[in-house]
Ligand binder design. Structure first.
Ligand SMILES: Cc1ncc(COP(=O)(O)O)c(C=O)c1O
Length: 462
């Protein structure tokens, strides 16, 4: 594995000196970054990354649950380079297009045929894909002659990116409070979270309780005011929350009762991470709109995509009318390099059947980690689906009270895991594990070993 090696060079000192001094990093306080500059990652190969000090780690985060095909794949690099030889960028606005977006749109509609998807609108990020979905769902209802349908319902603990629409439907006040006032008419209901809820430990009873809550909210607000329900098939950033198996099918039923659109935010779950090609497909549910990003290009180039089904697209098929113009789109829409990267990435996802590998390695990971709750004072639950796995850290095992993230216990465990050669991500009170979907058995076992050692060391040093 020679390409994980880093040869020290004069630039390294410049990087160390200026690291954290001029750049604002997401989701933290700027002064924390100044005091504790981030780790500088200089190389990646397969499931491994190397830092500036020459230490190599298993990438248990998968970049940011996006490098699904692993780092440094020659096929993806070659596709990007070949496209650059032709042209790096040309606009998708007003009468022009570049070849990769035509190929990618065809591929995505083919891959989502089971969900009856009809059209795709490209963007640059998951947040864009969500914003596009929210705006198109409102326009859909205007075209359908129900302009009052503007409201959105979502789940607590949900994460839908950082633009104003996405922030408004976000299920955590942590993200919302700094930038309000937000969009009116956005309602959050309880997440069907078996480990922490006031209703029931029984997954099916819990699922019904949340469905009843949704039904009652819709009745209270009036179905004629609600445009869409948006949710992640497995909640990611909110703490790896896997809903009971009946939840998504029951959600689809209750939304159908009122004609409300279902937006599946597949930014993390899309293209294999949960063990199915799409998260909603894994629950046997066909959404009306799907949001993609991250794994679509495995992070090699940013790209977002919002896909609408036949039902939604039918509103635009009635004829050409000024109200049907889609006054939305990004300079990056259909970006030639992003789409070229996605074409090569999706070929790997299919050729290597990465959803199946995510299912197998996810099970191995969970099997390896599940005993931890029997001896660790910190880990209350190990949960996940496919290669989205979380360790829920608790202050008190009996009451399941989460740790106070400010006390740094998650960071401590992550630091110990890094000492063992594995990077994992503490996100609030949950340690998230989301490696590349190409992960091997041996690499899976390395993550398990490192976390067990890190948590044992925590018990000794706490
Ligand atoms: C479910 C979900 N939706 C949307 C987003 C936003 O994507 P991006 O950070 O690419 O804007 C994320 C990012 O993690 C996500 O997890």
């Amino acid at each position: 594995m020679t390409s994980t090696q880093h040869t020290p060079n004069p630039r390294d000192n410049f990087l160390r000196e200026n690291n954290g001094r001029h750049q604002i990093h997401p989701m933290t306080h700027p002064l924390i970054i100044e005091q504790r500059p981030p780790r500088i990652i200089v190389k990646g190969e397969g499931s491994y990354v190397t830092d500036i000090d020459g230490k190599t780690y298993v990438d248990g985060v998968g970049g940011l649950w996006n490098v699904n095909v692993g780092h440094n794949r020659p096929e993806v690099k070659a596709a990007i380079a070949a496209q650059m030889e032709d042209i790096s960028y040309y606009s998708s606005f007003a009468g022009t297009v570049t070849p990769p977006s035509i190929e990618l749109s065809t591929k995505i509609i083919e891959m989502t045929a089971e969900e009856n998807m009809a059209r795709v609108l490209f963007s640059a990020n998951g947040s864009d894909a969500v914003e596009t979905a929210l705006k198109l769902s409102r326009q859909y209802w205007k075209l359908e002659g129900e302009p009052e349908r503007t409201g959105f319902i979502s789940l607590k603990q949900g994460y839908h990116g950082i633009q104003f629409g996405g922030t408004s439907v976000n299920g955590s006040t942590l993200y919302r409070s700094a930038s309000g006032p937000l969009l009116p008419g956005c309602y959050q209901v309880d997440s069907p979270w078996t480990y922490r809820n006031p209703y029931s430990e029984d997954p099916e009873a819990l699922s019904e309780a949340v469905i009843t809550q949704i039904d009652r909210l819709i009745q209270h607000q009036g179905a004629h005011t609600i445009a869409a329900f948006i949710a992640e098939p497995v909640q990611g950033a909110g703490g790896i929350i896997v809903p009971p198996a009946s939840f998504w099918p029951r959600l689809r039923q209750v939304l159908d009762k009122y004609g409300i659109l279902l937006i599946s935010d597949e930014v993390v779950t899309g293209f294999g991470r949960t063990g199915a090609m799409f998260g909603a497909r894994g629950w046997g549910v066909k959404p009306d709109i799907m949001c993609f990003a991250k794994g679509i290009t495995a992070g090699y180039i940013p790209l977002g995509a919002t896909v609408i089904n036949e039902r939604v697209f039918a509103a635009w098929q009635k004829g050409i009318d000024p109200t049907g113009f889609i006054m939305h789109g990004y300079t990056a829409t259909g970006h030639a390099l992003g789409c070229a990267a996605a074409n090569a990435t999706l070929k790997i996802v299919e050729d290597e059947d990465l959803p199946a590998n995510a299912g197998r390695m996810g099970k191995r990971l969970m099997d390896g980690l599940k005993d931890i709750t029997n001896w660790s004072s910190l880990v209350g639950e190990v949960r996940g689906k496919g290669l989205m796995v979380g360790l829920d850290l608790v202050a008190d095992k009996a009451s399941r009270e989460p740790i106070d993230p400010g006390k740094g216990q998650g960071e401590m465990v992550a630091t110990f895991a890094r000492d063992e050669g594995v990077i994992v991500r503490p996100a609030g009170p949950v340690i998230i594990i989301s490696p590349p979907l190409t992960l091997s058995e041996n690499e899976t076992d390395k993550i398990v070993d490192a976390l067990i050692k890190a948590l044992r060391r925590y018990e000794e040093e706490k």
